[in-house]
Design a protein around this ligand. Structure first.
Ligand code: ZN
Ligand code: FE
Ligand code: FE
Ligand code: ZN
Length: 263
């Protein structure tokens, strides 16, 4: 794994992660990573929810990343941004607030106050509702991609987190999403956090990976670490799945310029 990168990493500023900058660097070296990038949940201009930094904490986030960089290990500066229709101008503002290496677009919110991956909304998943939850999620996912605000999109089939999936061939969701990625020239991640959740598999599903590989959509493999010990977690599985789907390269970013490296 000498060439591997891990670009989806949270910090204690989001209030549900742990680890000091030096602990992340030590763990990255232990995991054999070549590069890591922090990507904490983006601040909002107003009080929004309880799982992200406040806007006045953004300087602390930049300090955290600067401290990690002081180790000499290659560290990228990213941000995991919630895509919320109508709030695109806020992302444009955030994009100018630091020298980001990449911005990640994530759909967590299906409606105001409803973050689809939050266990407190688990009761909303029933055999009858799962199809409409997926419909809504993928509609937002495709909008997120087509906004072209982001370098890559996170955990593509996130609504499977708790193990609920609609019946039938799910390529009816994956096909349009892959087409949006191809047209917008946006990359996506394999996110190994799904292996650590009831979904019990990486995000996205293998059929999504196959369609994306055939369409030539760029890929990046990430852990979504919320502690140093999760860096590089599940990368052997993710790499094997990517290769099975036909991938031989992965994307990297520096100052929002994409390049490719061997998988
Ligand atoms: Zn998080
Ligand atoms: Fe996320
Ligand atoms: Fe994340
Ligand atoms: Zn995430």
């Amino acid at each position: 794994m000498g060439q591997a990168t891990d670009y989806h990493v949270h910090t204690p500023l989001c209030r549900h992660a742990e680890g000091a900058p030096t602990e992340f660097i030590d763990a990255a070296k232990r995991a054999g990573l070549a590069e890591i990038g922090f990507s904490d949940h983006n601040p909002m201009p107003e009080a929004f929810d309880d799982w992200r930094m406040n806007l006045d904490e953004l300087p602390h986030y930049l300090d955290f990343v600067a401290e990690a960089r002081a180790s000499g290990f290659p560290v990228r500066l990213g941000l995991e941004c919630d895509f919320i229709p109508g709030r695109e101008s806020w992302i444009e503002k955030l994009a100018g607030m630091a020298e980001w290496d990449y911005l990640i677009g994530s759909v967590h919110y299906l409606a105001s106050g409803w973050d689809v991956d939050n266990p407190k909304h688990l009761f909303r998943f029933t055999e009858d509702s799962v199809e409409s939850i997926w419909d809504r999620y993928w509609e937002l996912f495709n909008q997120c991609v087509r906004s072209r605000l982001f370098d890559f999109v996170a955990h593509p089939d996130l609504p499977k987190k708790f193990g609920y999936r609609p019946k039938g061939d799910l390529r009816r969701y994956y096909g349009p999403a892959v087409e949006a990625l191809r047209e917008a020239n946006v990359a996506f991640e394999i996110n190994t956090a799904g292996l650590r959740k009831p979904a019990n598999e990486i995000y996205p599903a293998q059929e999504f990976l196959e369609l994306a590989s055939q369409a030539g959509v760029p890929l990046v493999i990430n852990s979504d670490s919320h502690s140093p010990g999760e860096l590089g977690a599940g990368f052997e599985v993710a790499t094997a799945r990517a290769r099975e789907a036909g991938y031989r390269q992965v994307a990297r970013w520096l100052r929002r310029e994409r390049s490719t490296a061997e998988l």
